[in-house]
Design a binder for this molecule. Sequence first.
Ligand code: FE
Length: 228
Amino acid sequence: MTDFALPDLEYDVFELEPHISGRIVELHHDKHHRAYVDGANKALKSLAEARATGQFDKLAALERALAFNASGHILHSIYWRNLSPDGGGQPDGDLFDAINEGFGTFDRFKKQMIEAASTTMGSGWAALVLEPVSARLLVVQIHDHQSVTIQGAMPLMVLDAWEHAYYLQYQTAKEKYFDAIWNLWNWEDIDARFAVAKDVDLLLGDASTRPTKPDWLPSGDASSLPAD
Ligand code: FE
């Protein structure tokens, strides 16, 4: 087992300019993201101490701290890789087809993502997720880093709507940030997540629970599972 660790960025902080300023990326990654990593590790350590001493009086608070900080770390880790100085445009292949199937058109999907990010109450995220039980792409609104989520839904593309993600550059004009970020989406990364997520079968091959089987879904029925 390893502790949570802050991942390095795969680009220099200024490379996302002019869409996201280098100073924002620097503070966001080095300070905010690091705080979630540290918070998650601290919660794990406190839980281990509670187990060792049998003192679970602070268990509920520790579980809340772990959920908040670990989720913050995971979402930010995805966010950094979702973005690229060479990003933008639209996806192609299966992901493009699945977005069209799920949302009608790419443009409607984009509008829903922006709307979900813009209307998050307090701090939160908009995310494109694959909900594996119904094999459905959804846009969800995440409160803080972990509330209003669907259990098992896998984040493919996450849009940080916390003020720390844009305020230094855009102040109250957050819609400009939500617009500019479409020049940075790394569809190769998002597509790679989609390819992994669509193989996940939370119900272990119970095909009867899937009312429809999209073309992009790999064979997920019980007969395709390994015999052992
Ligand atoms: Fe953030």
